[in-house]
Write a protein that binds this ligand. Sequence first.
Ligand code: ATP
Length: 256
Amino acid sequence: MDPVTPSLEVAGLAFAYPDGHQALFGVDFTVARGERVALLGPNGAGKTTLVLHLNGILTGGTGTVKVAGLPVGSKHMAEIRRRVGIVFQDPDDQLFMPTVREDVAFGPATAGLKGAELEARVDRALEQVGMADFKDRPPHHLSFGQRRRVAVATVLAMEPEILVLDEPSSNLDPASRRELADILRSLDVTVLMVTHDLPYALELCPRSLILSDGVIAADGKTGELLSDDALMCAHRLELPYGFDPRSVPSGADRSP
Ligand SMILES: Nc1ncnc2c1ncn2[C@@H]1O[C@H](COP(=O)(O)OP(=O)(O)OP(=O)(O)O)[C@@H](O)[C@H]1O
């Protein structure tokens, strides 16, 4: 793996929906290989719109997005879709096969993997999320937290360059939330995590971006941004009552 080319480069990205609503106004940032970055911002800031540009689900704006040096929107789209693994908020949007194994195998099988190589890929992805014992279970018999882990495995099975997670901690109990954080920390992959769960961002991501009104309003160390009361207030970000960001060991302390 080339360690120099960033996993993600977004430059001057501006986008208006067909009804004329301008959601992004020139977004610039770079994510280096192996970084874990949180994308924070109030409702309606443009976070989902931005994420949907990373693998070309949304196109037609101005500016550029590059994944591992490959421009989104170019002839490399199949490769870019493989490299950008998006885990949506609702695992049921991603799980539709009769068994966990088939769900995790679906992407790599569609990409042409077969036989022992495919089985090894499935086993590895399920082991990475601690779900190897659930291989033959129907996804709809699993708990929500287990389904979320399987959804992460479906994406890891594609061996992505960058794992993009939309609200990964939502609807998880405290133990499942912590276990998922441990899993995400253990992965050797670049992570971009959209979240309103600011303590989770602090725990997992050394760096955060604040997207507000379609622009990057701040880009820095998560602990520093969350400790900046004026910045937080200006962008409608609120920590849970009594939570002190200085009291939590930041993801920065554990990053690779
Ligand atoms: N299909 C659409 N057509 C027109 N406008 C849209 C469409 N989807 C989103 N928008 C608008 O674009 C802006 C950004 O929306 P987006 O969903 O990207 O925000 P977000 O930061 O993900 O919000 P949230 O935290 O609530 O999920 C909002 O003002 C929204 O109303």
